[in-house]
Design a protein around this ligand. Structure first.
Ligand code: TYM
Length: 335
């Protein structure tokens, strides 16, 4: 009999700074669900990352539980994956401190998101915001993840995690697995409905630009009806010249579960108003059962508690093993 081969480890997270959008699903969560049958998946609600921006405590608590319920409602199965809340596993913050000492100030300063977020909130450029990618590296490296399913905006952070891991391994001995980002061919950057050149973001100031996974059907239809298109009147995927239509085609392909090519064929000769209506309907149809399931799960507080508890225990066990190895290698005395 042959030994069973170890499954590839997958890690990813979403930070509960707001309600997840269609973008969070298309770029990351869709792949999370798809990967759980084949791989050893570890997913978390990254609440430690959330406080790099100003958060009202009650909102953070609510968002964390809402996010966890949304993961479950989308089909992430805690029996198949390790599912937990980041602040329940102290090894994340502990490894992040060690990795800080193997990260250069210059490389952290080059992170695009840090530059953008500092510009957006110049009165709260805190050290946590600067250090955020190092905490993210700790998240990934603690579990030996080879693959990190994310949207395009997180690719640079996963690459930094890889560089930090490589530097640590070279300095001591092989310790960390080198992670790689994994992005969908379509959907790695879903853009705003009003600003189709800009990423759709859950922390955006313009709620019409974003469709949230919890939006009701009327709101969704209204937002799609108002989506920016162009004056060309052809439904073709062309990111450079037709960003609005390409974005809508991508959204349709993700939520109606067809390829972009199939969607183009389906809408050949269709008017823009009709097309936007059909995209909105596909999103509503996908979200209706998910939202109902999410409400059901949120009402079951003891189930959510048990998911968090089991997940935290499983994650803490794995994380502690890596952290102990790291502590030994850097020279901390053991008791
Ligand atoms: P966050 O919470 O901003 O986004 C969660 C995931 O959704 C993806 N995403 C998008 N993808 C396509 N189009 C969009 N418009 C869009 N908006 C968001 C993001 O790329 C991401 O994959 N730092 C991370 C959370 C995190 C993490 C980690 C991720 C913490 N630790 C370790 C991976 C591994 C973040 O802020 O994602």
């Amino acid at each position: 009999m042959t030994e069973p081969t170890a499954k590839k480890v997958i890690f990813s997270a979403v930070k509960p700074t707001g309600i997840p959008t269609l973008g969070s699903y298309a770029g990351a969560l869709k792949n999370w669900v798809a990967m759980q049958d084949e791989y050893d998946c570890i997913y978390c609600v990254a609440d430690l990352h959330s406080i790099t921006v100003a958060m009202v405590p009650a909102d953070l608590r609510k968002n964390t539980l809402d996010m966890l319920a949304m993961y479950l409602a989308l089909g992430i199965d805690p029996e198949k994956c390790t599912l937990f809340v980041q602040s329940h596993v102290s090894a994340h913050a502990e490894l992040a401190w060690v990795l800080n000492c193997y990260t250069q100030f210059g490389e952290a300063k080059r992170m695009t998101q840090f530059k953008e977020k500092s510009k957006k909130a110049p009165d709260n450029v805190n050290v946590g915001l600067f250090d955020y990618p190092v905490l993210m590296a700790a998240d990934i490296l603690l579990y030996g993840a080879e693959c990190v399913p994310v949207g395009q905006d997180q690719k640079q952070h996963v690459e930094l995690a890889r560089n930090i891991a490589q530097r640590f391994n070279n300095r001591y001995s092989p310790t960390f697995v080198l992670p790689e980002p994994f992005m969908p061919k379509y959907g790695a950057k879903i853009c705003g409905l009003q600003n189709p050149d800009k990423k759709m973001s859950k922390s955006d100031d313009n709620p019409h630009d974003c469709v949230y996974l919890t939006d009701d059907a009327d709101t969704i239809m209204r937002k799609f009806k108002a989506a920016v298109t162009d004056s060309d009147a052809s439904i073709k995927y062309d990111r450079a010249n037709k960003p609005g239509i390409s974005n809508l085609l991508t959204i349709y392909s993700v939520f109606a579960k067809v390829s972009v090519e199939q969607a183009e064929k389906e809408f050949a000769g269709c008017g823009y108003a009709q097309f936007k209506k059909r995209v909105g309907e596909a999103v509503c149809e996908f979200l209706r059962p998910v939202q109902a399931e999410c409400r059901r799960i949120l009402a079951d507080k003891s189930y959510l508690q048990s998911v968090m508890k089991t997940g935290a225990e499983k994650a803490a066990y794995l994380a502690r093993k890596t952290l102990s190895k790291v502590y030994r290698k850097v020279g901390f005395v053991q008791i």
